[in-house]
Design a binder for this molecule. Sequence first.
Ligand code: LMR
Ligand code: MN
Length: 443
Amino acid sequence: MTYIATFNVIEEGGNSVEDWWPGEPSEPQWRRQLDHAENQLHQGAWAAAVDAAGAPELHNSARALWLMARALDAGAEARRDNRMLARAIAAYFRLLKMADGLSDARLLSITNRTIDRVYFQGTYLSAEPIYRLLIRRFPNEPAYHNNLTISFLMANRADLAEGVLKETLRRWPDDQVALAHYGFVLKTQHNRLEEAVDLFEKALKDDSGPACEARFYYHLGDALLLLGRFPEAHMVHKRGAALGHFLSPSQRSLYNVPRLKSQPWWDVSQTPYSNLARALEASWRKILQEGEAARALYEQEKEGLREKGEWSQLDLFVRGQEVPGRCKRAPVTCGIVRAEPAAASCRRGQIKFSLIEPGTHVRPHVGPTNCRLRMHLGLSNTTGTYLRVDRETRQWREGKVLLFDDSFEHEVWHNGTRPRLVLIVDVWHPALTPAERRSLPAI
Ligand code: LMR
Ligand code: MN
């Protein structure tokens, strides 16, 4: 079998080959087979298209590979079949090996779909070779550098993102997207807050431009709070709220359902959680015992929220799932929270013991979502401890429940003399529908 050579001109900064497929078979019979496979795919007959495009005689044909990849992709979606998705992605990658023979338009439609599927699969690092290919093909386009940075960050590889960011900013020192991401990396990985603030300020200049996203306003404001630059932080929070990035200057969670009632402090009687609160209060001594007996398992708070002091926690439920084995250590506590599905299966929250040592100050911060309310059951040594939520400060009491919305700015002081223990129980915001509780992504 012979092949028609289909590509020749490759220019700097793009490829102007005609919209042909490399390796298109010369025999009409095989071309007809590919046309046929294309029709089958259009009609949803993806399995037949896989067979037709998979003929050994077609294995150098880019069009056959494209059909194969799309047919497997369609099949994977129809069947929700992850193995078939992996085969589709492998076929897209084989096709991308022929990138030099593909037109820009065709290359971009293939890379877009491949990246989309790779992200869907959650294997963010495998997008790297695709972005490297696009960077080689479009060397003057910072967007591909930035997208590579983002895929590294999604893969939790800030170290790799940092390398790309440095290179990007060397070439495009004023690129606002790169500036914002570099600010993010400096703040979250290296605690280099002053530099991060400067970068964010450039990136968000005039409140316009491609980096004007909620999370960068959030991190700029947060860096200013951590630096104790409160009036500037407040200005940023006001700007962010005016732009619609925050629900309000003090309610700055990023994962929100906008219609939900917003108030910093709640009365349990405003919610369907009175039974839960009563049950917790009725058993508080037993819950305290369980919390104290498991002290060896507590872990230090790691988010850097403490200005000073010590804070440790023991998770019982995370994202609506029991941490394996934990309920054996706290059977009474778990029994009570399990009786309220809005607590035990709250996928946007946790259930945990929280222990704060005397002398601790937890800086002003916000939780990630407005989809939960946070119930605290005071357990021990609450004297001299304070919780500010937005503008109102309250105190815990042993055996009593507090209820607040932690998407509002809050702050904790322990000015007492002995370690304070509370049980934290997150519950779904009462206004969320059952369908929302089932389908909102976990946090
Ligand atoms: C917080 O969630 O920030 C604090 O309220 C936790 C705690 O133990 O007080
Ligand atoms: Mn908090």
